[in-house]
Design a protein around this ligand. Structure first.
Ligand code: ZN
Length: 344
């Protein structure tokens, strides 16, 4: 029996030594040490041994077993190291490879202009206010001193949804809503950016949908000179420090007196060029002192408080600023057009 065990050991060690594959190693482990393995098989015959022989054979059997186990575990370790090395090799990152460039987006020119204007007024202490695009006739017209039969309503052909609901034709309803929400508190100092809608046929300078930004200030002793100073500061920040403004009398139902505000041409500095049609001035704003009726409907006593308001078209400013000659470019999502504003 001892010889059998020795022979088994020699055979097993020789085979195990040559193993190069973890699966084969496992098969051999089962073959020799498994429940039905060859070593177990030999030991089963120990029952027929004498009491003296048994411990001797037992010891030999243990030595054979541990010799086989040892070589198996050494081999397992080697295989594990090889596997780890192989994986490291396979997953190696080449840090010298050039990176993949991701496409960089840009901000749409209209949003860019809105953000720029917002920044300037926020810097002067204004808050940004927003309101619904579907408005009631009351907020869009009546509360702005445009009663039902007012001829100025014709200037703003509207999209009516019902007899009383329409797509807002201006951002001014936000002014009324803000005044009412302020409950007579002062100061009111807001700008309202947003989309507005008019029944215009689209062409190079008209669109049925465009953007406005309006401003409203209400407080004690607010005067025309405050309006002028504010707008002067605004255009200098928006178009350059040498830009100036001029006011021309005008008419709007919601302001009295009303003015058109021209900015000195930032392209030619006032000398006259194609952009300003040789006049040296660009018309960009409407403004005025808030009409007493509008103050009253907003919940403010015109005897006690006064205010100014102004409004401008975002598209017009973007067109002047970036030299764009067709308003439709803003909405057609032509990538060639939009991409030009990347990173400006
Ligand atoms: Zn000019």
């Amino acid at each position: 029996m001892k010889e059998k065990l020795e022979a088994l050991k020699v055979e097993a060690l020789a085979k195990l030594q040559e193993v190069t594959d973890p699966q084969v190693l496992n098969d051999l482990r089962v073959k020799y040490l498994g429940k039905k393995g060859e070593l177990t098989e030999v030991l089963r015959g120990m029952g027929g041994l004498s009491a003296e022989e048994r411990p001797v054979i037992g010891q030999v059997a243990n030595l054979v077993r541990s010799a086989i186990e040892e070589i198996i575990s050494t081999k397992q370790e080697v295989f594990q190291q090889q596997e780890t090395l192989g994986r490291l090799q396979a997953e190696k990152v080449d840090v010298t490879l050039p990176g993949r460039s991701l496409p960089q987006g840009g901000i749409h020119p209209l949003n860019r202009v809105v953000q720029e204007i917002e920044d300037i007024f926020i810097g002067m202490g204004y808050k940004v206010a927003e309101g619904p695009e579907v408005e009631t006739d009351y907020y869009n017209f009546e509360a702005l001193n445009l009663p039902k039969d007012h001829p100025a309503r014709d200037m703003q052909d509207s999209f009516y949804l019902t007899d009383d609901l329409l797509m807002r034709t201006q951002t001014s309803p936000v002014q009324v809503r803000t005044m009412q929400a302020m409950n007579g508190e002062v100061p009111v100092k807001i700008i309202c950016p947003g989309k507005v809608y008019r029944r215009d046929d689209d062409d190079a300078t008209h669109s049925f949908q465009f953007h406005q930004i309006e401003g409203l200030v209400i407080g004690s002793n607010i005067r025309m000179s405050d309006l002028k100073g504010t707008l002067n500061q605004f255009v200098k920040e928006m178009f350059g420090p040498s830009t100036g403004i001029r006011l021309r009398p005008s008419f709007f139902p919601f302001t009295e007196p009303s003015v058109e505000v021209d900015v000195s041409c930032f392209k030619c500095g006032g000398d006259g060029c194609r952009l300003c049609k040789q006049s040296g001035w660009l018309e960009i704003l409407g403004a005025g002192m808030v009409h007493p009726n509008v103050l009253r409907m907003g919940g403010y006593d015109p005897e006690k408080y006064s205010g100014f308001a102004f409004g401008m078209g975002v598209e017009r400013i973007a067109m002047l600023k970036y030299g764009i000659d067709d308003i439709r470019y803003f909405y057609t999502n032509d990538m060639g057009f939009v991409k030009q504003f990347k990173g400006i």
